[in-house]
Design a protein around this ligand. Sequence first.
Ligand SMILES: C[S@@+](CC[C@H](N)C(=O)[O-])C[C@H]1O[C@@H](n2cnc3c(N)ncnc32)[C@H](O)[C@@H]1O
Length: 277
Amino acid sequence: MIDYNPQAKQMADESMVRNLDAQARAIWPQEQPLFGRYELGAEPYILDAGCGTGKIASRLAQIFPRARVLGVDIVDSHLDLARHRYASFAPRLSFEHQSVFELNAADGTYDLTVCRHVLHSIPYPERVIAELVRVTRAGGYLHLIPEDYGMLHFQRGALDPADFWHVVPVRFEAGTNTDLFIGRNTVSILTRLKLDTIRMDYVVVDTLRVPRETFAAILEAWRDGYVQSIGELTPISTEQAKAYFDTMIANIRRPDGYAVWMVPVVSARVPPTKEAS
Ligand SMILES: C[S@@+](CC[C@H](N)C(=O)[O-])C[C@H]1O[C@@H](n2cnc3c(N)ncnc32)[C@H](O)[C@@H]1O
């Protein structure tokens, strides 16, 4: 039987809350200007699909001060935290328990549909992207961050992190029915779904653009949340996985060290004629 949420444990873990905070600090400054490209109406309706703890949904409510923003997720503790943290934006910003596989919205509801850091963690990402397209209006936009675990590069230390990234994602995705290289596959999916204005941009999380402690916090959260499953699903043991992560973290923290995570940001427009087709 397919597990539709194979990373449920990691997603609900305390390390994920830390990770989402650090990822927002690392990624948002380069990502925010990309939202300026979308031609949205004066009062857009925005969906954040798989919103986690709601930080980005709240930032969308900030940069689009007349927008209504709905964040949906299936982890209730994240939704509770989001409602508590961002209560000052209510009712313009709200949070609901909904699955991205079956959104509770009529066709063409949203002007902008955002889905960040979700598609790599679930089976059938193409089905979910089609669902995101369904709920987006003709002429509206999709803004996706589909992670790709072939886009991280570190210097060699006590170990060579390239060996880790060569082996772990391939075995982890096989064990979880996911695509950990969905970043590079998303443009093809959007093309098959006949979207237009398809763009691939990159947020560059590296030791020159992002504070070392912020970048290190992401790797620490991944280490704390994932080494046990890596030990279970891949030929790399939990102890080895921890040693690889510690090598990467030391690389990031070394004052002359250089490391980079290329984060794909894929956007596209639903053709204005969608309803007619
Ligand atoms: C890595 S977090 C990203 C959170 C947020 N989008 C951000 O960028 O900070 C992935 C989120 O996707 C959620 N998720 C996983 N499967 C889901 C599903 N089927 N429906 C809705 N949310 C889901 C998880 O619960 C988790 O909160």
